[in-house]
Design a protein around this ligand. Sequence first.
Ligand code: UDX
Ligand code: ADP
Length: 469
Amino acid sequence: MKFKKNILCIGAGYVGGPTMAMIASKCPDYRVTVVDINPERINAWNSHDLPVYEPGLDKIIKKTRGKNLFFSNNIEKAITENDIIFVSVHTPTKTFGEGAGKAPDLQYWEKTARQILENSKSSKIVIEKSTLPVKTAAAMEKILAPAKGKIKFEVLSNPEFLAEGTAIKDLENPDRVLIGSRDTKNGLKARQELVNIYSRWVPKEKIITTNIWSSELSKLVSNAFLAQRVSSINSISALCEKTEADVSEVAKAVGMDSRIGSKFLQAGIGFGGSCFKKDILHLAYLCEYYGLPEVAAYWESVVKMNEYQQQRFITNILGSMFNTLAGKRICVFGFAFKANTGDTRESPATYITRKLLAEQALVTISDPKALKNAALDLADIDENVKYEEDPYKAVAGCHAIAILTDWNIYRNLDFRKIYKSMIKPAFLFDGRNIVDHAKCFKIGFNVYPIGKPAMSHFKTTQKANSNSR
Ligand code: UDX
Ligand code: ADP
């Protein structure tokens, strides 16, 4: 079959894979190729066991793979054959040199830009999909500038706003699609090509166009605002634990103000995921670079509050369990950074589990999708940690449960059965506020939610969540 357009995506990760699957599904007359330097990733995309767990993804992969969606290792050939190229390689935080711990590491992205230049025999539209610091497109233009003869590159910014666990829903019905371009004849023409793709399924009024810098910055700012809401409610959870207030009641009352809105006000053990921390640190780095240290410090405090919330959770476990965890069995329910994903990048569970192990606790980790990644994250630890998918088996013989991911299955477990199988006194630390605390207390658990009064059977006046007022 002859296809109308050939589209390429470099980088077959959490963003590249699902996004291209959606484009292939909505544009059957376009040929979509996805390439990656990691051959295992590509093999997995071509198998039954996809490298990314995402509800609904299997279905669209089945519908498109081998028809108009192809996964390949041959990056160079794919660049030559395609004229619309999405770049979706990762941009982790730099771990070395200038800006270490804050600035993005652009080596993967720059390598890709050079590869595009070397393998292009015709003009191309290059679309930034990865979250990149503001003005990266300009650097990409500079790398692509020495193109031979009549070959021209037009660089667009088209940041992805999908959230893991709801990626397919978000791609199918996005709040907005953002396209940044240059305001030149060629820039506007390239922009129209991209608008044509999205307008196959996204209403026109939801496709917004801006200059490149606004588009790049909007992605960072969206993530910073979302993370800021989580840190804001978590800061209030600490105050609630010192008073008689209940953070869920406060969040509900505050969120019903239509100017504020109810989303992203769920208190917990803090945000994880590959984006929030990284993007805020990018934003702070940019502010410092442009001589705005006060603005940088403001945004960095969002990350600091997130770290504080995780420390608080551990301090609370330790304090409630008589200041020693040595030799005690703790069952961790959920290791993914949020429900409905197997992704564990920056998951608060990693920090919390390491702290539990440092206290010489014996940890059993349970998770429906993330055990493989959990084992990789904790590969340097071979003692005192076990993995068990079945929550009932995992918890038997434990002193405490720590709920770290908001998976639905943990809401409806048979806590009576669980209580019976545990060592007494049994402790339940609900780091996501997802179980029925009163019911679990009645069963016999000592229950410690986030931002609400603890429910303890001990006669002492110990207030588990608070050290002192
Ligand atoms: C985020 C953005 O939502 C998305 O638009 C962007 O493209 C990528 O980054 P993601 O990291 O996949 O998506 O997940 P998200 O749903 O935003 O959750 C991030 C973290 O915040 C999770 O650890 C989640 O548990 C936590 N969270 C979220 C809370 O603790 N409370 C809330 O109310 C909401
Ligand atoms: P994201 O969450 O942004 O999608 P991932 O880490 O899941 O990030 O995916 C990025 C993908 O990009 C990885 O599969 C990685 O192997 C791939 N990648 C990195 N550098 C290159 C490159 N130069 N060429 C092709 N693929 C690359």
